[in-house]
Write a protein that binds this ligand. Sequence first.
Ligand SMILES: *[C@@H]1O[C@H](CO)[C@@H](O)[C@H](O)[C@H]1NC(C)=O
Ligand SMILES: *[C@@H]1O[C@H](CO)[C@@H](O)[C@H](O)[C@H]1NC(C)=O
Length: 366
Amino acid sequence: MFGAVQLGLLAACVVLFVPMGMAGWHLSRNKMLFFSCALFITLAVGVHLMPYFPAISDLLSPADIISAPSGGSSFPRDSCLFFLHSGIYSGDEECESGIGCKKRSWEWIQSGEVAECQFQELKKLDASILLNGSWVVVAGDSQARLMVVSLLELVMGSEGMERIRGDLFKRHSDYSVVVDEIALKLDFFWAPHVRNLTELMVRFKGKNRYPDVMVMGAGLWDMLHVNNPSDYGVSLMQFKDSCLALMPVSSDLEAIDGGLSQAPSTQLVHFFWLGIPTLINSMLNTEEKRDRMTDTMCDLYNNKLIDSKLLRQSSGPLLKLDIRLLSELCGPQCTVDGMHYDQLVYDAAVQIMLNALLIESNQKLQ
Ligand SMILES: *[C@@H]1O[C@H](CO)[C@@H](O)[C@H](O)[C@H]1NC(C)=O
Ligand SMILES: *[C@@H]1O[C@H](CO)[C@@H](O)[C@H](O)[C@H]1NC(C)=O
């Protein structure tokens, strides 16, 4: 594939050697100068016009590598999965939504390929239409619970959420709710260790009934109470196998990536992994946490996640919701205990998840 540099060199060679070759034909110096200038101008104009002809610039753009063929649409929506985290928090930090002040919220970059993906913030109605009649399972430690809060608040509104907050936050217990208006069933499972997630998968497999969406993630609790990266790695491998067992046979995987979610014979579960947040060691609220949940330990845990090839980036089954990145972008002002972040972070994760669902189910907002 040609890069801009090679092309530039080629152009320079043409400008230099073609007139020199012509000089061999006994052209006068004036004619040679004329040819030289004409060639130079043609090439310069060509280079500047090229970006306006997509067919040519596509050939030259490295994005080709990740753009898979997509069913009919002009822009490869699947490659958009890679850009889901390309955003920032914008708006005012101190804002009680007075006049002319915009609350801080997640926004996607509005340029280049990210803009072409047309990611959008889903409002209550959009989310309701998308999740209508779905069964969503969220499982994991305290972070997963915060994810449930953000998701439910989006579809139920803040008053609806307040009514159930008490039940949801009973320590170390499961929680289940049905949002009647849209027949959305949401189950939260307290699953602080990866092995608990595996057990859950085995249970679903046994019953042969699968949720439409599964958001899972365990790490913080395990780091504090087990603190053993290699054990974490082993359990991640087992977990990956249990997820694959819930998926259609792997030879179908590629077809499904192209958006076959409505395929009649195979039921498709949309899997997400909830990553570990950025930990701010000095802000952790117990001695034990500060000792065990160090930056080094965090890196070891994250490396095990990469090694396990659980994530879609390494052809695994789960799409990562990168809480580490989202929390880091939000910054230390978004956390009081150095490990649980403000709702802003999980709201962003929910928006990223819903946009991924839109892509995977080949839908667009009206
Ligand atoms: C949900 O789906 C049902 C049945 O398909 C439909 O009647 C209802 O209007 C939908 N609600 C929303 C909010 O889309
Ligand atoms: C989670 O797994 C651990 C270790 O395998 C086990 O001791 C614990 O009872 C499990 N907890 C739940 C809620 O399943």
